[in-house]
Structure formats: C-alpha cells, structure tokens
Design a protein around this ligand. Structure first.
Ligand code: SAM
Length: 473
C-alpha cells in the first residue's frame, strides 16, 4: 500500500486511494457534526482555502442551512477574488483522429462511422478568422491523441498559424492547449510556442475505473496521465488546468482527488492549478450518458462548484457550453470565472453556416451566439472580459498567484476587462449589446481603486474609440 504523500511525484502517492477512502469515511462520519462544520466554515471565511478533508466534510453535509451558508460564502469569495468579471473563450477542434479507447468519447478508435478530420493550416486560418470575426481573443485548442496524424509538430504548427493571423482588428492573443499527456520535451516545445494554460482532464481519479474506462491506447496508462502536470511543470509550463469528467465515478471521490491533485501541485511545485474545469458527460455520436451510473443532478453540481470556489480561492473555474444557460447562470454566481461562448465542438465547425454534428465531440446545451452570451452576462450583472494580459505580461504561475493574494487584481484585471470589452463593443457587438456595454463600462470605471490607473484606463478607452487596440495593465 502506497503511503500518502502530497509532495511525492508518484501518482499512487499523491492521489492515494486509501487517503481518499479515509477522507470519504471521515466526511460521512462528520456530515452532521455541526460544530466541526462551523469550524471549517470559519476557516473558509479567511479566504485561504480548505484541505481536501475539510472540503469533503462540507460536501457530505446535507443540512440545508449550512449548504446555504456555503453558497453565500462561495459568492463572497468569488466577489472578493474575481469581482464581477467573466473571462470568455472558445474551443477550437483541430483533429478528431484518436488512437485511444475512451468509453465516454465518440472519438474512440473503434468508432468506425464517425468521419475523421484534421484541419489543414488553411482550414485553421479559416476557423480562426471566423472566431476572430465573432470577437474571440482566447482559444483552447483540442485534439485527439494520435502520434501519426496529430504529432506535436502538427500542434505546434497550428499554434503558430493561430497566433500569426491578424484579420481586421482581430487577434488570438492566448492559446490554451488541451491535448493528451505527453513528454517533458514536448511540454517544453509547447511553452516555447507561447501557450497559455496546459489543460488536461483527469477524467477520473479512481484508478480501477480509469483503467476500465480507458481500456486501450496510450491513455490507458493511469500513472503517466496523472503525472502529466508534473512533467508540464518540469517543461516550464506553470499555468496548468485540472478537471474531472463528472458522471464517470462517484462525485465525492472525484472531488477529494481533484483537491488532492491541487494540493500536490502546490506542495511539490509551489504553485497550484491555474484553472479547474467541471465537465459532465454528455450525449455524443455513439455515447449515451445514461450508461454511466454516476451522473449528478444540477443541485449537486452547483454544490461542487461552490465548494471548489471555497477550497481553492486562487484557482479560476471554467464552465463550457456542455451546460445550459440556466445551469451556467447558477454556477457563475457560485464561483465560475471563465466560460466559453458560441462553441462548436466539431472539427471545422466554425466555418459552417449551420452547426455541423457529424464530427462533434459532444452535444452543446448552450447554443447562443457570442453576442447573445455577452449581452446576457451584462444583463445579469457581469462584465464579459476578453483579457489575455497576465501571461503576456509574464504573470503566470506563482507571480499570478501573488497578484491574486495581494488583492491587486482589481487594479489590473478590472481595467483590462473594461478595455477589452470596449474593443468587443467597437468591433463586433450588435447595436443593443453595444448600448448596454457602454453604460456598463461607464458605471464600472469607478470600481478601479487606484485613481492613476482609472485615469489611464479612461484615456485608453478614448484611444480604442480612435481605432487603437490592445492596451493592457
Ligand atoms: N485527447 C485529449 C485527452 O485525452 O485529454 C484532449 C481532450 S478531449 C478533446 C477534451 C475532453 O472532452 C476530454 O478530456 C473529456 O473529458 C471530454 N469529453 C470526452 N467525451 C465527452 C462527452 N461525451 N461528454 C462530455 N465531455 C467529453
């Protein structure tokens, strides 16, 4: 039996099955222990996070009043750390060639009827122009794992192409990458190509289930997959994004595993995850989500999001268009800081007039245009932000974390959000959206604490009107 050690670089030691089992037993035993729950909530109010054990007790607690307290606290932490800004992004599917056998994904190798497609560099260009024309500035590139069809050279070439396209006032300023676990050398190449976050979902932390859910292909290697973030960090990538695919295993197990992974990164590399994603299994080509026994309802999902917010306040939280408008609204209040808009989950989907379904990775629940999502966010009290400044200013890893911890984020992210929203309004918004946005910017300027920064921001907003782009703090 491997001894639990968050500092270890071995998967079985930092995601110790025994530690998770003990955590779940401890949480179950204490789920009605209101004294302990109050103590944990008091600690959480300090805004410095919770351990996986503490957070697991809150997750197990079914007391309605206490859950309400958790929600209020999550909202408070969200407000304190992220204000009312929501960062926007879109996924870009490069290739659905894949040699793995993931049971939940329609790109699995045995799927012989799904058309296989890989974008040429010209097609990448066309897709990126379509994305730029919507107003996107930040992408997450996605690809199946296939060393022959999608080798690292192909991914690097695509990143290069994406950054090189300047169409009208458009530009993709940050490319995040969601590709299969790879080598330190390849992570170094991705870093050199100027990527933002490296994202890799664990899918499930439960090793036995993991092995069954990934019966064939390189992804079958649980340890290699689980230790990927350590290799990424060794390769120089200090912004990494974690996630589990909810529905595959028991959510309490995944929740503890996810937080242990975050603790491990902090303990062994001095910096926690930059983001956490919370996807749920969706219907897809030959995939029926009901075949997985561990689907969670919307309330449980909201509770998980709130508790992630409380447990790791410095980690951004991402929600995709897998979720409906209604669910997204709920979890944005509870802690989500980044959302996708107008996503197409098929290879080459953005250049098609109508949403193509043939090569789609999963069904999308939020089908609105980016303009509709932007307007909706503003109507419910948020500032859509197209900001990509941090990593371009070298504020990654622990430097980003210290910005968060010092509370300086409001003097940096807030004006950046307003300036990038202004660009969106000038270049891409419909008239209705523009009117709402201009009013919002006007009223939000006063929320920049430092007078000097506020004045520079006002000046830059004027210059954006004159046609100049890409200001940042
Ligand atoms: N091939 C890479 C890998 O293995 O990590 C890249 C990512 S894949 C394109 C993106 C993610 O989509 C997967 O990590 C998985 O969690 C998720 N996914 C796959 N099938 C899904 C489904 N049916 N519903 C929802 N999400 C799904």
């Amino acid at each position: 039996m491997a001894k639990y050690n968050p500092k270890s670089l071995k998967a079985e030691e930092f995601i110790s099955h025994e530690e998770i089992e003990e955590t779940l037993a401890y949480a179950e035993k204490n789920k009605d222990n209101l004294q302990l729950i109050d103590k944990i909530l008091e600690k959480a109010k300090l805004g410095k996070g919770l351990s996986h054990r503490e957070a697991s007790v809150l997750l197990a607690c079914e007391n309605k009043e206490k859950i309400e307290e958790m929600y209020n606290l999550a909202q408070q932490i969200k407000q304190d750390y992220y204000g009312n800004r929501i960062v926007m992004f879109a996924p870009l599917y490069l290739s659905n060639y894949c040699v793995n056998g993931c049971l939940y994904c329609p790109y699995h190798m045995k799927n012989k009827h799904i058309p296989r497609k890989k974008l040429t560099q010209q097609e990448v260009r066309d897709e990126v122009i379509a994305l730029q024309d919507m107003g996107h500035k930040r992408l997450a590139i996605e690809a199946g794992e296939d060393p022959k069809n999608n080798p690292i050279e192909y991914i690097l070439e695509c990143i290069n192409t994406i950054y090189s396209i300047k169409h009208k006032n458009g530009a993709i300023r940050r490319v995040n990458v969601n590709i299969a676990a790879t080598t330190v050398e390849n992570y170094r190449k991705l870093k050199e190509a100027g990527i933002g976050t490296y994202i890799l979902f664990q899918e499930t932390y439960h090793k036995e289930s993991y092995l069954k859910l990934h019966p064939t292909g390189p992804k079958h290697d649980y340890d290699y997959h689980t230790e990927a973030m350590d290799r990424a960090m060794e390769g120089g990538i200090d912004d990494v994004g974690l996630g589990v695919l909810f529905g595959l295993e028991l959510y309490k197990y995944e929740f503890a595993g996810l937080l242990m992974h975050a603790e491990h990164l902090e303990a062994s590399h001095g910096v926690g995850p930059h983001t956490i994603s919370v996807p749920r299994v969706k219907r897809a080509d030959d995939i029926d989500p009901d075949e997985f026994d561990n689907g969670i309802d919307d309330d449980t999902f909201a509770k998980i999001c709130a508790l992630i917010r409380i447990a790791v306040p410095y980690t951004g939280m991402i929600i995709s268009t897998r979720e409906s408008q209604e669910v997204r609204e709920k979890v944005i209040r509870l802690g989500v800081s980044q959302i996708s808009g107008a996503s197409r989950t098929s290879v080459g989907g953005y250049t098609e007039q109508n949403r193509p379904h043939d090569t789609e990775q999963f069904d999308v629940s939020d089908n609105r245009t980016l303009d509709e999502v932007v307007r909706w966010l503003m109507e419910i009290g948020y500032i859509p932000s197209f900001c990509t400044a941090c990593y371009r200013e070298g504020r990654t890893g622990d430097r980003f974390m210290s910005l968060c911890k010092s509370g300086q984020i409001q003097n940096c992210c807030h004006p950046n959000a307003l300036m990038t929203l202004k660009e969106y309004l000038m270049d891409y918004a419909t008239e209705d959206t523009r009117i709402i946005g201009e009013k919002l910017i006007e009223s939000e300027l006063k929320n920049i604490p430092k007078e000097k920064v506020r004045e520079i921001c006002k000046e830059n907003l004027k210059r954006i009107e004159e046609g100049i782009r890409d200001f940042r703090f």
